[in-house]
Design a protein around this ligand. Sequence first.
Ligand code: S2G
Ligand code: ZN
Length: 463
Amino acid sequence: MFNPDILNQLHNLLGDEGLRTDAASLQTYGRDWTKIYEPAPSAIALPHSTGQVQAIVQLANQAGFKIVPSGGRTGLSGGAVAAQGELVVSLERMNKIIEFNAQDRSITCEAGVITAQIQQYAAEQNLFYPVDFASAGSSQIGGNIATNAGGIKVIRYGLTRQQVLGLELVTGKAELLKLNHGLVKNATGYDLRHLFIGSEGTLGIITQATLQLIRAPENLTVLVLGVPEFAALMQVLTRFQASLDLSAFEFFSDRALHYVVHDKGLPKPFDTPTPYYALLEFENDSAGREQAALQAFQDCLEQGIILDGVMSQHQTQAKALWRLREMISETISVYTPYKNDLSVRVSQVAEFLQAVDQIVAERYAAFEVIWYGHIGDGNLHLNILKPAHMEKAEFFEHCTAVNEQVFALTKSLNGSISAEHGVGLLKRDYLPYSRSPEEIAYMRALKALFDPNQILNPGKLLN
Ligand code: S2G
Ligand code: ZN
């Protein structure tokens, strides 16, 4: 715990509204959506300005305490967990939208702005912020940038990284960096912005960002298709991409559908029971587009790579179909899932799925496996549900034993052991499955450069 002198200095800097040490706050701000680490921060700082963030980092360097930067804490790898007496620095009070520029089609906001607030603000300007995922209602843009959040529209618009035009942050040495200033083009040396995007709060604390907004798509239309086997999923993707620019290509298994229908009462997309489901979205902005989708649907039926399907006729139905996919994570979270978040190149997905499914069938014979994910960009979420009778520790021990095999297979295909959820604490020790010794050495060198006293998010990403 902190000595009274440090708490006094923090209190003098932040005041009553900017510093909390009550048990409830320590619990709430010390955890993220992983459920396996016991939060144990010393205190929670809630600065309301970049200057205050700098002062906190300066004090940490002088007094030797550690910091865990904290956004919406929706992470799934323990990246925002404070379990070692750290000071949590929550950006939630830095939640102002600072500027919208219609000409630049950009928005500048503080790190604590909620993702859904940015999506809403963009829509009010008849523009679109294209990064979306199930937790957008509680995640903050600073955390999205720190983890390079992906989600359901990556196939068309890319990840958070592609949206960041400018970044303001405080390094582990308390320096203020203002990067790229919202420019589209800037060929003046290393683009430091991209070092901090995805750095999980280990190199600096993001305080402000300038994001690009794009033309709002018209009449987004959703298809849910029943698919007979894994290999058919990628054939369906290839056929639809031949004639449409898809803004989403997701998949989920019949077991995933069972849970959202059974536990959440969502309606089935159609009656035919099929082992897998593909969810596609495209901008239905002309009769030609609709015709192309119907023709692709017909061709896939004739080839036997889909067995049934439905296409939304209006936005309400499109949203209802999306809920079948978006509600999976929340629905199964009550079954204490062991989560894997893997990716390979799209061309290797069919082979990868087949091989992982074989490992899973052998090693998880007694467990229920839930498949879903953003298969159109090669990202698969493999979730194993804990049997009701089994202790959590025993279950996780069994699952981590299977990891070695799954990660070795992923490595053999040059895939990623963490496609979008980040490394945090959960995947830290598996980093060598996806990064070479040379890369990890350079990552450590960058950590030493920007955070020489190792105060920022200690133990995350790098051990
Ligand atoms: C998704 C959400 C987190 C999870 O639904 O795409 O990224 O894996 C996930 O449950
Ligand atoms: Zn996902």
